[in-house]
Write a protein that binds this ligand. Sequence first.
Ligand code: XLS
Ligand code: NI
Ligand code: NI
Length: 439
Amino acid sequence: MSAFPDIPTVQYEGPESDNPLAFRWYNPDEMVEGKSMKDHFRFSIVYWHTFRGTGADPFGPGTAVRPWDDGSESVQNAQNRARVAFELFEKLQAPYYAFHDRDVAPEGSSLAETNANFDAVADVLAEEQKRSGVKLLWGTANMFSNPRFMHGAATTCNADVFAYAAAQVKKAMEVTHRLGGENYVFWGGREGYQNLYNTDMKRELDHLAQFFHMAVDYAKQIGFTGQFLIEPKPKEPTKHQYDSDAAACLNFLRAYDLTDHFKLNLETNHATLAGHTMMHEIDYAGHQGALGSIDANTGDMLLGWDTDQFGTDYYLTTQMMYYILKHGGLGSGGVNFDAKVRRESFEPIDLFYAHIGSMDAYAKGLKIAAAIRADNALESFIEKRYSSWDSGIGAKIESGSVGFADLEAYMLEKGEAEANISGRQELLENVVNKYIDRV
Ligand code: XLS
Ligand code: NI
Ligand code: NI
């Protein structure tokens, strides 16, 4: 039985289409820079917002109408929901999905019962993956909702809770492996602290590193070769999240000898909360070889929290795709819609409009970014801007053949530095607009 009987499989109809249930830009087979759009994006739909989100907020309960969901925490309801989820994935032509363990199956009264529930739903997920061809981009463990994790999971003060978290991740990795998951994500929900007065930060960080090393060891044991990803976020729920941005994550990984095993899953709204642009985060991770995957959403510039909206802004998607292309793409990662419809958009069809619009925005962003790259429109300026490093004293500095004394001698003789040239930011902003107009 179909949950969305009136919604056909969404097809590409081109920019002139007025059909709100068609793609205007996302054309899966269209080639851009020698690769199909489908392979560039590896679009993924999240289970948590799309199938567990109710629209509840601190001021009122959920509003979402989800006729297929009986609202119970039964395994049967979870299995039925899984089938509905795959109908939506297929109708949106999304090749991937992602979940937390607790999104897909209800917790039982003991860890053993919880694991059995998870297996029972994983059976249906496996069946549906096989039937539809939709694949698992990544799995993760929810170690922030249950009250036992109030002080954190791997960074808790309670050793038993650390052990519980380890058992939970072990199981989540096994199920991810069983379902052919291509990555495994760690978002440190409550891995951080509210006040240093009650916190042994050094001990918590050491524990977090131990936890990651155990995960690496266990992956080897079970033969899981998917990519491990850490998802930076600076605040919310804790005031100081340990994985606050790309630079903090990479510093942590390097300090604890974990860089070989982890890349980053960057989220747009988290970049905003960290006071960065998403292109900054992508470029930073990219030049360190750590660009793993993208949680595609957007915040609201007027609100200071993780609103997880669907991104439709061409500037944002152009910037993201430009730096993703620059760093050679997302590898085993993808563009994962960690985004939710607004509380006021409570009908099932809103889930479709939301994903279609954002998939289109990324597709158009990709085309704009590729056009800028084809003309070398930004790079040629950057090359010229840094050309003083290509020869003469600049080349000597870069090659490491001169030190302070040589540079002093050079400048004493020269007397004054060469004149600076304009940074031309406004001109380059106009250049980007020109490509947005043309595509
Ligand atoms: C929360 C995170 C979360 C992760 C998965 O802000 O974005 O949804 O992506 O645990
Ligand atoms: Ni996320
Ligand atoms: Ni988030």
